[in-house]
Design a protein around this ligand. Structure first.
Ligand code: 13P
Length: 249
């Protein structure tokens, strides 16, 4: 069975609740499609109004982060039940910005992935190398390690439903998109790694996105690659251009 594309916006720390509602109203007609799953991952405070604004459309609301405990004395964190109760279906886990600025590690990523599955939330698991790692020729080794640790203890059935976003750090917010060949090579390596951990059926089912300066002009070629099942889009997800990315064909 062919994999359905999944095109997700990562709003990062942008948009107040009222701006979020306005942006969703603007984008709603532009992102209407049955060919791809469309997800808007928004700041925690925007989730409730965003879910309300997206009602009746094909837009799913996701979160940008989540804690791995059920509840308790974790000031400032958001629990998985808070997300599901608010109507969230997807959560970004281990974005490079969270690893860089908020000390997330492969181990916390793994805990969050397991917890998301426990609550029926689909994790969008991020991986990606630095420019130094690419220059050192260790990109694939590094990505394989990130993927393997993220999926520790995850069943094949769960992994088949997961989304992995390959986001080279040097391509994020820089306007420097990876070449189609670079993006396809790593996304194929992610899939091969999943086949090694589980089996070919799981690898054929899991969806692998590319992220990093995706634009309306780069999306068509990237998303046409055999192992790229859509994108995780930052800056361009905040503009009407996101409609063009979703309807890239
Ligand atoms: P940009 O599309 O702004 O480069 O951001 C990519 C990203 O980090 C999405 O998670």
């Amino acid at each position: 069975m062919a994999r359905k594309k999944i095109i997700a916006g990562n709003w990062k720390m942008n948009m107040t609740p009222s701006e979020a509602v306005a942006l969703i109203e603007t984008l709603k007609p532009l992102v209407a499609t049955e060919d791809a799953d469309v997800v808007f991952c928004v700041p925690a405070i925007d989730i409730i109004p965003a879910v309300e604004a997206a009602k009746g459309s094909n837009i799913c609301i996701g979160a940008e982060n989540m804690y791995f405990e059920e509840k308790g004395a974790f000031t400032g964190e958001i629990s998985p039940s808070m997300l599901t109760d608010a109507g969230v279906k997807y959560v970004i886990i281990g974005h490079s910005e969270r690893r860089q600025y908020f000390a997330e590690t492969d181990e916390t990523v793994n805990k969050k992935v397991l917890k998301a599955f426990e609550h029926g939330i689909t994790p969008i698991i991020c991986c990606g190398e630095t420019l130094t790692q690419r220059e050192q020729g260790v990109t694939i080794d590094f990505i394989r390690q990130q993927v393997k640790i993220a999926l520790l203890g995850v069943s094949a059935e769960q992994a088949a439903k997961a989304v992995i976003a390959y986001e080279p750090i040097w391509a994020i917010g820089t306007g420097k998109v990876a070449t189609t060949e670079q993006a396809q090579e790593v996304c194929a390596a992610v899939r091969a790694c999943v086949a090694e951990i589980y089996d070919q059926a799981t690898a054929d089912a899991i969806r692998v996105q590319y992220g990093g300066s995706v634009s309306a002009s780069s999306a068509p070629e990237l998303f046409a690659q055999p192992d790229i099942d859509g994108g995780l889009v930052g800056g361009a997800a905040l503009k009407p251009d996101f409609g063009k990315i979703v309807n890239y064909k």
